[in-house]
Write a protein that binds this ligand. Structure first.
Ligand code: MLT
Length: 411
């Protein structure tokens, strides 16, 4: 019989969001009339921007004509999309990033997991607690951790607690770590990082030969001009950071699929013989071997985000979800709940009332109000006693959900 990757057996329960979906399905079957509103998974609800739709329709037409038909595209993504990204997302903010350092992909989640292919198995890996579960689970699958303890923490990982006490930004570790996952604006807490904070990480990484894996999937939600959108706004980050971005949350591409990873050519890792190897070269080799690129049609849709209309339309989408976040924040605060985040981020991080555990609050909220959120403990042991509410929904649902919560939970 073929053997399996036993590391999968170390994983705790199901992946968080399917596990929530399973519980909600069971509840809905038992309570078919319950008007459930889902503010759990951060999945967008509003339609694709018109500019993206038109560009994709035109691309479909091109695919229907022998003269303009496209077969396999470049594994790294089409040059015109990479150029538009380099110019608009990076160079315009003073980041020294070239189009050839940008790799188009089908998702930031995939990239965050796949990137482990190019790293060794003996790195010390640091994650925040709470954390986006993908960073942890993909390391477990890759065999980079030991077993989980009773609180769900895996042996071999360095957990950096984030809480209201440190403004949900991790302290720089006192020990040496090789790979550091950072996510700003943060999923799940909705916290942001200042340039000064990111500079501390860049300085640490450069001093220790570490690589920062910077997840900027929610950068478009930053409205405070003083906050950095990219780690490359910090001097020296080209030499110590990979950045992940996505079209999912700014342009509603969760079901359309397009994202990018930036792997600067100056970034190096160490081979077993002690020599330094460019990570760009390894990632390019990895992508060329295991990936055939994102569809031409979708890349044309993503390119349209950078047109004048696309920029205006995505800005309007972001403003819509940020207004939802404001409503959630203000309504829950008026109900006497303590809330964080949701200002430059689409997630509101709520302290559970009456000392309830995260899952107890999940059940209570579902039963009393038919609202679905995400238990903070699903993001790590230090998320216990917290709950995440996503601002991705229609205005009508957000108004109704917050009305029900205020009605049932006001103190
Ligand atoms: C979330 O709810 O945390 C997100 O949907 C996760 C993701 O984008 O993969």
């Amino acid at each position: 019989m073929a053997t399996i990757n036993d590391n999968f057996l170390k994983l705790k329960a199901g992946y968080l969001f399917p596990e929530i979906a399973r519980r909600v399905k069971a509840y809905a079957e038992a309570n078919p009339d319950a008007p459930i509103i889902k503010l759990g998974i951060g999945d967008v609800t509003e339609p694709l921007p018109e500019a993206c739709r038109s560009a994709m329709i035109a691309a479909v037409e091109e695919m229907g004509d022998r003269a303009t038909f496209k077969g396999y595209g470049p594994e790294q993504g089409y040059g015109w999309l990479r150029e538009a990204i380099a110019k608009t997302d990076f160079q315009s903010r003073g980041c020294d990033i070239d189009a050839s350092e940008i790799f188009i992909s089908d998702g930031a989640k995939c990239d965050c997991g796949n990137i482990l292919d190019i790293f060794g198995h003996n790195n010390t890996i640091a994650v925040t607690d709470p954390v986006y579960p993908v960073y942890v689970d993909t390391n477990v699958m890759a065999g980079n951790t030991g077993d989980a303890d009773d609180s769900g923490k895996y042996g071999g990982l360095v957990y950096m607690p984030i809480s209201a006490d440190n403004n949900f930004t991790a302290e720089i570790p006192s020990q040496k770590v090789d790979l550091i996952y950072l996510c700003f604006p943060n999923n799940p807490t909705g916290a942001t990082a200042t340039k000064e904070h990111l500079k501390q990480w860049v300085d640490y990484a450069k001093a220790n030969g570490s690589i920062i894996l910077f997840d900027a999937a929610y950068e478009a939600f930053i409205t405070d001009d003083s906050l950095p959108h990219s780690i490359y706004e910090i001097e020296g980050a080209r030499d110590c950071a990979i950045e992940f971005r996505s079209f999912s949350k700014n342009a509603g591409f969760t079901g359309t699929r397009c994202a990018l990873a930036v792997v600067p050519k100056s970034l190096k890792g160490k081979a077993a013989d002690g020599s330094e190897v460019a990570l760009h070269q390894l990632w390019n080799r990895r992508q060329s071997t295991k990936f055939n690129g994102v569809s031409y049609i979708v890349q044309r849709g993503a390119e349209a985000v950078y047109s004048a209309e696309g920029q205006a339309q995505t800005k309007a989408l972001i403003a819509f979800y940020l207004e939802n976040a404001r409503i959630v924040r203000e309504q829950l605060t008026s109900a006497g709940l303590k809330v964080y985040g949701g200002v430059n981020a689409p997630y509101v991080w709520v302290k559970t009332p009456d000392g309830l555990t995260s899952w107890d609050f999940f059940d209570k909220l579902l039963n009393a109000t038919h609202i679905v959120g995400t238990p903070g403990s699903g993001f790590g042991a230090a998320g216990e006693g917290y709950f995440r509410i996503s601002a991705f929904n229609s205005r009508e649902n957000v108004n109704e959900a917050t009305r029900r919560i205020v009605e049932k939970f006001s103190v």
